[in-house]
Design a protein around this ligand. Structure first.
Ligand code: AMP
Ligand code: MN
Ligand code: MN
Ligand code: MN
Length: 277
């Protein structure tokens, strides 16, 4: 039987609910053979996850999900099979984390003006030692009764046009790809169907990604429908991109993102893991 690869997941180093070690145990229980930890703009969970995976005999790939600003769109680029200690990568991620902290404070000011006090401090506390993300603001807003669930809280408060939204000053695409390359990794466009790009914008984005040295695209994602996966698979074939598969697991309380029910990659695609087998 072919191994089951899940090359996109989050721990408490960013906005996942499990510690890196808990996540690795959870993945093994849920039928994953090889897991990549890909926290947002941070690699601090990797050594704990790798140790836990080695102990359990689970395959482990070091990764990261980098926030990128491309023509006013926020994109996520995965770096897979990276050296998490590479100094250029770490310096780049450090720069994004500064931008993250600034944005979180700014989100706090905006929410304060909208009559919701203490959001930054609360989100920071919920994130513990990890990166502060919109997910942490969402948790605070739900706990305070401003919305009933994740879906509603994003829609009402922290997406463009809403009171708590602040655009992040993320990395340029070329920068992110250069850091990943320096760290020996493969860069992959994460959940491409999520960006609400027109078909021609999507092609332009992929072409610029390839021009900057990008190699892969996430075809199967926990946040793609079957129809979206088919559409992205066609782009992977057209542009000869390596195909990736990842749940984007954060939290068992988000039921539609599930490690067990993730579909397989179509056989004719070149899977990204063939590059490191
Ligand atoms: P940030 O990188 O701080 O902007 O936070 C983005 C994170 O928020 C994503 O990685 C998701 O985990 C989460 N997120 C974004 N939109 C939604 C949504 N509509 N519902 C639930 N979670 C979301
Ligand atoms: Mn996230
Ligand atoms: Mn993402
Ligand atoms: Mn993700």
């Amino acid at each position: 039987m072919a191994l089951s690869y899940d090359l996109h997941s989050h721990s408490s180093a960013s906005d996942g609910s499990f510690t890196p070690a808990e996540l690795v145990h959870y993945a093994q229980k849920n039928g994953v053979d090889v897991l990549a930890l890909t926290d947002h703009d941070i690699t601090s969970g990797i050594s704990e996850a790798r140790q836990a995976a080695d102990k359990l005999g689970l395959g482990f790939i070091a990764g990261v999900e980098i926030s990128v600003l491309w023509r006013k769109h926020t994109l996520h680029i995965l770096g897979l099979n990276i050296d998490p200690d590479n100094t250029e990568l770490l310096a780049g991620l450090d720069k994004i984390r500064q931008a993250r902290l600034w944005r979180a404070q700014e989100m706090g000011h905006r929410l304060d003006k909208a009559g919701i006090a203490g959001a930054y401090e609360a989100a920071k506390a919920i994130s513990k030692d990890g990166n502060v993300t919109r997910t942490h603001f969402a948790k605070f807003l739900i706990a305070e009764g401003h919305a009933k669930d994740m879906k509603q809280v994003f829609k009402r408060f922290i997406v463009p046009g809403k009171p708590g939204y602040v655009a992040g000053e993320w990395a340029q695409m070329e920068e992110a790809l250069a850091w990943i390359a320096k760290a020996g990794g493969i860069s992959v466009i994460a959940h491409p169907a999520r960006y609400k790009l027109t078909a021609s914008k999507m092609r332009l984005m992929i072409e610029e990604f390839i021009q900057a040295g990008g190699q892969g695209i996430e075809v199967v994602s926990g946040s793609h429908s079957q129809e979206e996966s088919r559409r992205i698979a066609a782009l992977a074939r057209q542009y000869d991109l390596l195909a990736s598969r990842g749940s984007d697991f954060h939290d068992p309380a988000i039921p539609y993102i599930n490690m067990q029910s993730l579909p397989a990659l179509a056989d004719d695609l070149t899977a990204v893991w063939t590059a490191w087998q």
